[in-house]
Design a binder for this molecule. Structure first.
Ligand SMILES: Cc1cc2nc3c(=O)[nH]c(=O)nc-3n(C[C@H](O)[C@H](O)[C@H](O)COP(=O)(O)OP(=O)(O)OC[C@H]3O[C@@H](n4cnc5c(N)ncnc54)[C@H](O)[C@@H]3O)c2cc1C
Length: 386
């Protein structure tokens, strides 16, 4: 088995798959020069709400990674900034996929294009060796000129090569609740996602979500809680208690397994590259307002590919410009804007202004050119948590 490559990508999640797809799209001759190493075997479990935005769908088309997987398309979204929600009708808000199916389909699609992906290979260490990178893995040593760290929130690449003193970790809990097909919650009938920001009053720097989801043909409610911790220092909210309280008020059973997984938020000042190494996706960081990271992971792909192709052409493998390149891109501007929104609305005391923020959001979303939404307030009691 060949153990020396020009480019090694660590991680076959959406970020790794987008980087590989963008590289061979822009430079087909690189196909035999790239290897992806993945510690799991697809379909692998991945804790996630599975909400795919229109932007993610756009990126999938651009990258020629538009895969066919079962999805539940939503037509409405209810934002709770106080007891009465602001609702939006749109045919283009989110579609809910299952990550095990989605990620496995991305891997499969890349394989049909000739991308080499080795599963069940755990990278355990990475270091510089002369003019290349040396990787220790569960399948022996590998060497590469360039390494792309697409290895998720707990990135070994970041940990080994780009240690940072600042913690930018968000906390998330998720619960999958099977629901009675005869008495489906309104999220299914109305094709609606619920995002409840009212626990900000209890110190949450995020929201609680309810997404309708279909697993193996059966309906489930995907309920979760997101705490961005974008304003560190303030007291941490009690996430399990807030989630349980939310479920109790909805009359849902609360004895299902709660699982947790962190996220990491992006800051333009943070280090996301070093000589011969680039970070992408969760390893680099995502936006901390909604904690939505699939579109980010996909959007990093072309930026990473441009940086790598230029480095190979010029022979300058320092990637000293990568941080600035990301920051100046549409993706960087989007991540930055959402970080600023998060730091504003998740500031202690801001909850008094949340309803006003909700109205501003409605104003903005209705005037969006690309994905316009119609805001409305239902006269009936539309949601059980009201
Ligand atoms: C509870 C929760 C809910 C979420 N809900 C949403 C949502 O609804 N919508 C949304 O857009 N985003 C959501 N996110 C965020 C989203 O899941 C991530 O942003 C996305 O998975 C990032 O993709 P990635 O490829 O960077 O990382 P990952 O998907 O984590 O992929 C990283 C890959 O690297 C592999 N890997 C890790 N270490 C190694 C190693 N040492 N050697 C080899 N391989 C390795 C892993 O096995 C994995 O396959 C949610 C996150 C959480 C935690």
């Amino acid at each position: 088995m060949k153990k020396k490559y020009t480019i090694l990508i660590i991680g076959a999640g959406p970020a790794g798959m987008a980087a590989a797809a963008a590289l061979i799209q822009k430079q087909p001759c690189l196909q035999d020069e790239i290897l992806v190493l993945e510690k799991a075997s697809h379909p692998r479990p991945k804790l996630c709400g599975g909400g795919l935005t229109p932007w993610a769908d756009e990126m999938l088309i651009k990258l020629d990674l538009n895969v066919e997987v079962p999805s539940f398309r939503l037509e409405n979204v209810a934002f709770y900034f106080r007891e009465k929600p602001i609702k939006f009708a749109t045919n283009n808000f989110l579609r809910i996929i299952r990550r095990d199916e989605f990620d496995a389909a991305l891997v499969q699609k890349n394989r049909t294009k000739g991308v080499k992906i080795q599963e069940n290979v755990n990278v355990t260490a990475i270091h510089y060796q002369k003019d290349e990178m040396a990787l220790k893995t569960s399948a022996g040593d590998f060497h590469a000129k360039i390494v792309i760290g697409a290895d998720g929130v707990k990135s070994l690449v970041r940990h080994h090569l780009m240690r940072e003193k600042v913690s930018r970790i968000s906390r998330l809990l998720e619960m999958l609740i099977p629901v009675d097909a005869e008495r489906l919650p309104m999220e299914f009938e109305k094709k609606m996602a619920v995002l409840d920001f009212t626990p900000i009053r209890q110190g949450l720097q995020g929201y609680i979500w309810d997404f309708p989801s279909i697993i193996d043909g059966a309906p489930y409610l995907n309920c979760g809680i997101y705490d961005s911790r974008v304003n560190p220092g303030s007291k941490r909210a009690d996430l399990p208690a807030l989630l349980r309280d939310h479920l109790r008020r909805r009359g849902l059973e609360i004895h299902h397994k709660i699982e947790g997984c962190p996220e990491r938020w992006y800051h333009p000042a943070q280090k996301i590259s070093c000589p011969r190494v680039l970070l992408t996706g969760d390893a680099a960081g995502i936006e901390p307002w909604l904690g939505e990271g699939i579109s980010t992971a996909l959007s990093f792909g072309p930026i990473v590919a441009d940086a790598v192709i230029e480095a190979l052409k010029s022979g300058d493998h320092s990637f000293s410009d990568y941080g600035r390149r990301v920051k100046k891109s549409n993706l960087g501007r989007y991540l930055n804007l959402k970080r600023q929104i998060a730091q504003l609305i998740y500031r202690p005391g801001f909850y008094r202004l949340l309803p006003a923020f909700g109205h501003s959001l409605a104003f903005f979303m209705q005037r969006q050119k690309k994905y316009p939404m119609t805001a409305y307030v239902e006269k009936t009691r539309a949601h059980p948590i009201e």
